[in-house]
Design a protein around this ligand. Structure first.
Ligand code: ZN
Length: 446
């Protein structure tokens, strides 16, 4: 689901082109909520005010806006390139069944009206946390996640500048649902860490997180070749205290299904007869590279890319062993005489240094990492085990299948949420937790 929303938001982002984006004031975030031919906004109580060039032009409980000749039109009155919509005193603005703090700007874009929620950074963090962490978890985990979310937001301000806002409201940036997603405990965690971000050497840290490392986190270097001093693998000596539902798992999947998934991603190896781990991380724990040999050839790729192809929630992590079953030649060499690889070459390595030298921004590099390695910023298990998944997945009946026996959920980079929970239960503070998973970083005020 995350993958899908990521892709659809990429499409959305690439469609947006807006005239005259304005800058956010310090401490504010401009969040792109929607692009529509027309918009309906209402007040939670009282009346909204529509401002054009600083002057109030309308005050109503409900306001309909539309696009007319490339301008914003309110009730048949064509205004300009943008209008502001202010909430009633002490009230909120409601759009699409959700309520939002701050005010809105409506911009006339080429593809429609662009609805931008202008909100304080702290209120923004309150509007994203619920999608990232379980509000009933220990307060120190919630605080750690609040610092991570705020750091990510500040590091990515201006990511959508060309679209007229800073961050979009989908998982492409961080999923944001405004005041509707607020939770009393999460709000307390945000307030207790007001303005705090994670830094390394005075610069904002690159923050990654996942559900459960399985006992060892990954270094950025082992996964995408970039030596980030505070994204190095750490061993969770306390892992026996982690009570995660993902700490060990088993996946049986038919060779045909693996072959289809690979073929769908452009790697045509035919019917796979072996999946082997050709490289592991510095712990010997997580697979770094995987080779698949089949009736039509062999392909080798980053293990995280292999996981992305099978599905993030199908292959829960890359910390696995592979066992072939149901076949007399389950793990043999490719038959001789088979001509080599797939129909499409395996995508090349991402050289982060080269990309930086070429002037790419952090988020552009993260997008490249995603394309090549399937690495998400936050790699989380759904709140509940997806019900249909096991049912939908036909238990392989005939032919060869592979068994993956694995540990943890997610890419393993940065903070493990289940590990953080165990640390909090051991009496550690959010600063201890962040210091453990991002060694050498400092929590500081923005
Ligand atoms: Zn975005």
């Amino acid at each position: 689901m995350r993958l899908f929303s990521f892709l659809s938001s990429m499409v959305l982002c690439s469609l947006l082109l807006v005239a005259g984006p304005s800058e956010a004031a310090p401490g504010e975030v401009r969040v792109g909520i929607a692009v529509r031919p027309s918009l309906e906004l209402s007040a939670s109580s009282g009346k909204l005010s529509v401002l054009h060039q600083g002057r109030a032009v309308l005050s109503e409980r409900e306001v309909s806006l539309s696009l007319a000749g490339g301008r914003v039109s309110v009730r048949g009155r064509v205004l300009g390139d943008s209008v502001k919509v202010m909430p009633p005193r002490g009230g909120l603005i409601v759009y699409g069944g959700r309520s939002y703090r701050g005010h809105f700007e409506v911009l006339a874009g080429e593809k429609g009206l662009v609805l931008v929620n202008v909100v304080s950074l702290e209120d923004y963090v309150k509007g994203v946390l619920k999608m990232e962490v379980n509000p009933s978890w220990p307060m120190e985990v919630l605080k750690a996640q609040a610092v991570v979310a705020r750091t990510y937001a500040v590091a990515n301000l201006g990511r959508h500048r060309k679209d007229g806002f800073d961050l979009c409201a989908s998982v492409h940036c961080q999923e944001y649902r405004g005041a509707s997603a607020e939770d009393e405990r999460l709000n307390r965690a945000v307030e207790a860490t007001w303005g705090e971000v994670l830094t390394y050497g005075g610069a904002l840290a690159k923050v990654f997180y996942h559900s459960d490392s399985g006992g060892y986190t990954s270094s950025a270097k082992s996964i995408w070749g970039e030596d980030v001093p505070y994204l190095r693998g750490v061993k969770e000596e306390f892992y026996h205290r982690v009570r995660s539902p993902h700490s060990s798992w088993r996946l049986e999947i038919s060779a045909a299904e693996v072959g289809e998934a690979l073929s769908g991603a452009g790697y045509d190896v035919g019917l796979p007869h072996s999946v082997e781990v050709t490289k592991r991380d510095e712990w010997g724990f997580r697979a770094v590279r995987v080779a698949v040999s089949g009736s039509r050839g062999r392909v080798e790729m980053p293990a995280s890319r292999f996981r992305q192809i099978l599905g993030y929630s199908v292959l829960k992590s890359t910390a696995f062993e592979v066992r072939g079953v149901g076949s007399p030649s389950g793990s043999g060499e490719p038959p001789s005489g088979v001509s080599p690889p797939s129909s499409r070459p395996v995508r090349g390595r991402v050289n982060v240094r080269e990309l930086m030298e070429a002037g790419l921004s952090y988020d552009e590099i993260v997008e490249k990492l995603y394309e090549a390695y399937g690495i998400l910023q936050g790699d989380l298990a759904p709140p509940e085990e997806p019900k249909g998944e096991r049912a939908q997945r036909k238990t392989p009946q005939r032919g060869r299948s592979f068994v993956f026996e694995g540990r943890g959920w997610g890419h393993g980079v940065g903070m493990s949420q289940w590990g953080a929970r165990a640390l909090a239960e051991m009496g550690k503070s959010y600063r201890d937790i962040l210091g453990f998973y991002f060694p050498g970083t400092v929590v500081g005020k923005r």
